[in-house]
Every structure is written in C-alpha cells, then in structure tokens.
Design a protein around this ligand. Structure first.
Ligand code: NAP
Length: 291
C-alpha cells in the first residue's frame, strides 16, 4: 500500500450505504481517522454499521453527527443532498471540509451553492467511479476504490486547500484522483454510466411485460445476465441520477436511438453487410478500450 498524507480527527459520513460504508472501511484500513461517525434515516442500519465495524458510532440527528467533524462526506441519493445539507448546516465546524459522492455533479453544485451560501467554498464535489449493483452497508467493502478513478469537480469558489485534502482522502482510500468541470463530468458519465443503466432497466422491464416472460427468464444465460446485471441496481438512486442529469442523458439517448433505428432498418432490409459493419466497429472499439 502506498503512503498517504490524509488524516482526520473525526470524519462523519451521512448515508452509510455501499459507497459511504466502503469509504469508511477503506479509510479504517489505513488508520486515517481518529473516529468515524455515521448518520442516516434508519437507526437499525446504523446499528448494523457499528456491529460490522464500519463506523465507530452513530447519531440520528444530522446536525449533531457533524458537530466537531473536520471532514463530512455526503453519500445519500442525489435528490436527498439538499435536504441533508440544510439539516447539517447548523452543526458544521468552522474548519470543516464537506464533500459528496453523487453520480451527477452539476445538480449537486447548484444545490450546495444555494443551501451553504457563503460557506460554499468549504464544499468539494466528488464522484468515485466505482460501485456495484448492490446497496446498503452490508454490501460495502474496503477494496471498492482500489485503483479506481475518483473525479473531483471543484468550481472557482472552491477552497484549493480543501480540494487538496479531499484528493488525499481518496488516495488514502486507494483511488486515483482527477479533476474535471462538473458539466463535462455529467456529459461523460451520461454516456458511460447513466445511458447503460437506463437501457438495462428498459430491456428487463420490456421483457417482463411479454407473455413468454417466464420462459425468457428461465432460459436467460450469460449474455442476458452480463447485459442486465446493472438492472438490479437501486431504482431510487437511478431515478435520481436520470432526473438530475436529464439534459446530458437526453442528448446521448437521442444519439443512441438514432443508431438503434439504423440497425433496425438494416435488419429489416436484410442488409447483413450493414449489420456486420456496426458489430465489427463495436467489437474493435470495445476490445481496444475495455480489453
Ligand atoms: P446506498 O447503498 O443505498 O446508500 C445510501 C445511504 O443513504 C443509505 O445508508 C441510506 O440509509 C442513506 N439515505 C438514503 N436516503 C437518505 C435520506 N433522505 N437522508 C439521509 N440518509 C439517506 O446507495 P449508494 O450506492 O451508496 O449511493 C450513495 C450515493 O453514491 C448516491 O448519491 C449515488 O449517486 C452515489 N454513487 C453510487 C455508486 C454505485 O454504484 N452504487 C457509484 C458512485 C456513486 P438509510 O436508508 O438508513 O437512511
């Protein structure tokens, strides 16, 4: 394990689920925190997080949970971010750095700007490009971020020292950190993550409404499972992502629909050469970039 320069006396995680829980485990692995405090809506989930050794203790009141913390991580679904921010605002310490892990960044930046007002500079927007289709603290694991990318999307007002601190936090958790403008992040992630999830949910939903659905799912094999694994992801989280990154998602969806229409026409017209061209270009591209 590489050395890191991150340490926190008290780090508070709001939303101790897959991502929040995995970050806590990863930071514990390198003894980076004096204390990790958790907070969420359901006390049973927080008790479980303590039992699993993911957090040291929990608070059910968000303002109390962040009191005395030098780092606060928001790891709740996107549409819960603004509410959670207004709940924690009264308890924030003067020297705190706040960050988030939300999968879309433009919406979070705007929500934080309006809720935190003059303390907006204390917030560093972030997104770990790592996850699974599972949810909750039980699914969390310390290695989730090892050698994975984390994108920070600081804006002009963001305190550069606080941004550097969050960079070292993710490095301590095993990740490689880069920076990008929030809107660019949202366009890239719409294509690489949000569109594929939308397609997987749509495919399984369409097949589920067919009369032969029992047979379809009984005989589903490798390809179907590979393609649709992500349709087991949390519907609330993905509803939020699709709604909060609407513009970028609609743009890439229009491109996709166009390509699908052309493929449909080629199949309809018995144009095997056109189909082969599409499949070959796709295979070459995937082998080169994901091989
Ligand atoms: P998760 O496993 O469902 O965890 C979400 C946590 O937030 C739970 O502990 C939940 O606990 C808490 N929570 C939910 N709604 C809340 C609310 N209104 N107020 C306070 N706490 C609330 O989800 P996750 O996969 O970790 O995702 C969390 C964030 O990470 C999302 O913003 C998502 O976009 C982002 N992200 C996810 C992935 C991925 O692949 N999963 C990857 C990168 C980033 P209670 O139910 O007890 O409140």
């Amino acid at each position: 394990m590489t050395t890191h320069s991150f340490s926190s006396k008290r780090l508070t995680i709001i939303g101790v689920g897959l991502i929040g829980g995995s970050l806590a485990r990863a930071l514990r692995r390198v003894n980076a925190c004096g204390e990790i405090v958790g907070c969420g809506r359901d006390e049973a989930h927080l008790k479980r997080a303590v039992e699993l050794g993911v957090i040291d203790r929990y608070e059910v009141d968000p303002a109390v949970a962040v009191s005395g913390a030098d780092v606060v991580v928001l790891a709740v679904p996107l549409r819960a971010m603004a509410t959670v921010l207004s709940q924690i605002a009264p308890g924030l310490a003067a020297d705190v750095v706040i960050t988030d892990v939300g999968s879309a960044k433009g919406c979070v930046v705007e929500a934080v700007r309006s809720v935190l007002a003059e303390r907006f500079c204390d917030f560093v927007p972030g997104h770990p490009i790592a996850g699974t289709e599972k949810s909750g603290v039980e699914a969390s694991f310390a290695e989730l971020f090892d050698n994975r990318s984390v994108i920070l999307t600081p804006v002009e007002e963001t305190d550069s020292n606080k941004c550097a601190r969050i960079r070292t936090m993710w490095e301590a958790a095993g990740a490689n950190v880069s920076e990008m403008a929030a809107l660019h992040h949202d366009e890239v992630l719409a294509a690489t993550s949000h569109l594929p999830h939308l397609l997987a949910f749509s495919l399984v939903n369409t097949l589920a409404s067919l009369d032969e659905r029992k047979e379809i799912f009984d005989y589903a094999a490798g390809g179907f499972r590979d393609f649709t694994r992500i349709a087991s992801s949390d519907p609330v989280m993905w509803r939020d992502i699709c709604m909060e990154n609407r513009d970028a998602l609609l743009e890439v969806l229009a491109h996709f629909n166009n390509g699908l229409k052309q493929l449909e026409e080629a199949v309809h017209d018995n144009d095997g050469e056109a189909v082969l061209n599409v499949f070959t270009r796709a295979k070459v591209t995937r082998d080169r970039f994901c091989g």
